[in-house]
Design a protein around this ligand. Structure first.
Ligand SMILES: C[S@@+](CC[C@H](N)C(=O)[O-])C[C@H]1O[C@@H](n2cnc3c(N)ncnc32)[C@H](O)[C@@H]1O
Length: 299
């Protein structure tokens, strides 16, 4: 062996032996195949999706997304042996052109490409990921977790799947889905026609995760907000406005893009374009405590 090479080999061996071992933040427990199927179905994975699995193990989630639904994606895992297995399995299953696996720490992985993010990690890890999900993922991105929640962020859907030979706990697994919401917080303005001429509406939305609370005024007068719902970038409002002729019901649906909102306003059976503009931007509250029972009154 040439001297330069042997020096290099010895140095490499020494580096490997003395490098701090990267400790796993969660042990390797593969998601059973029927739970993988349930995760991908709940997220409605399709050929246009890019699936990112954080802590990808043998790669089964990303591989199934590619094989069954034509998606693309990647997985990362700290365990290089598992990454090797995942790559080999992707080749064997004929999806190596659509998926990649990297030996990488999930905490330094760029997740911004994901349209579907999957996890089977401890709640503590999910909680650390939560601010990044809101900061880095586009509205409408689906987050699917096997078993564990994201703290006080309520899931948009949850199903339970039987797992007869589960290695821990009861013989079933929860599958939870969250849809990353757009930021709708702040003050919005728009105009709608009325028999007496256009009326200016102003809404003030407070947003906790995907939950909206709104106050709306029409021409300066309070309007009742019957529904204020947000799913990804889609917003739906039902407003009840008292006018001289009686109560008028508005059904507003639209899509948020930055500080503008476009959609449809239905009033008394007639549909027109709805265009709103944000005049003051607010923040999404992503640190909120779980909504629990109201605190008991002091005696
Ligand atoms: C419960 S297993 C889930 C495997 C796969 N996602 C599945 O559902 O079948 C968790 C995986 O996360 C990996 N892991 C733990 N800490 C990690 C970290 N900081 N960065 C990347 N991978 C990690 C483990 O090696 C393990 O393969």
């Amino acid at each position: 062996v040439p001297r330069a090479l042997s020096v290099f080999l010895i140095a490499a061996l020494f580096a490997a032996a003395t490098a701090p071992a990267q400790t796993l933040d969660a042990p390797y427990v593969p998601t059973p195949h029927n739970v993988v199927d349930a995760m991908l179905e709940l997220a409605k994975v399709g050929p246009r999706d890019f699936v990112v699995d954080l802590g990808s193990g043998d790669g089964r989630i990303v591989i199934a997304a590619a094989k069954r639904y034509g998606a693309r994606g990647f997985g990362v895992d700290l365990d290089a042996g598992l990454v090797h297995t995942a790559r080999r399995e992707a080749r064997r299953q004929g999806v190596a052109d659509r998926v990649e696996f990297h030996a990488r720490n999930l905490f330094i992985t760029d997740i911004s490409q994901a349209t579907v993010l999957t996890t089977y990690l401890y709640p503590r890890i999910n909680l650390q990921l939560r601010p990044r999900i809101f900061a880095e993922l586009a509205p409408g991105t689906r987050v699917v977790s096997h078993e564990f929640d994201f703290g006080t962020w309520p899931p948009d859907a949850k199903i339970t799947v039987p797992v007869p030979d589960k290695p821990y706990g009861p013989p079933r697994s929860d599958v939870l889905l969250w849809i990353v919401p757009a930021n709708a917080a702040g003050r919005w303005q728009w105009e709608l026609p009325s028999p007496d001429g256009p009326i200016v509406y102003e809404a003030r939305f407070r947003q906790t995760f995907q939950m909206l609370k709104g106050e709306v005024r029409a021409g300066g007068r309070q309007v009742r907000v019957e529904t204020a719902r947000l799913s990804g970038a889609s917003i739906a409002l039902v407003l009840l406005e008292d006018r001289a002729v009686g109560t008028v019901r508005h059904e507003l649906t639209g899509t948020i893009e930055g500080d503008s909102l476009r959609g449809t306003a239905r009033t008394a059976g007639a549909s027109i374009n709805w265009r709103a503009q944000r005049v003051a931007r607010g923040e999404i509250d992503i640190e909120a405590a779980a909504a629990g029972p109201a605190p008991a009154a002091h005696p």
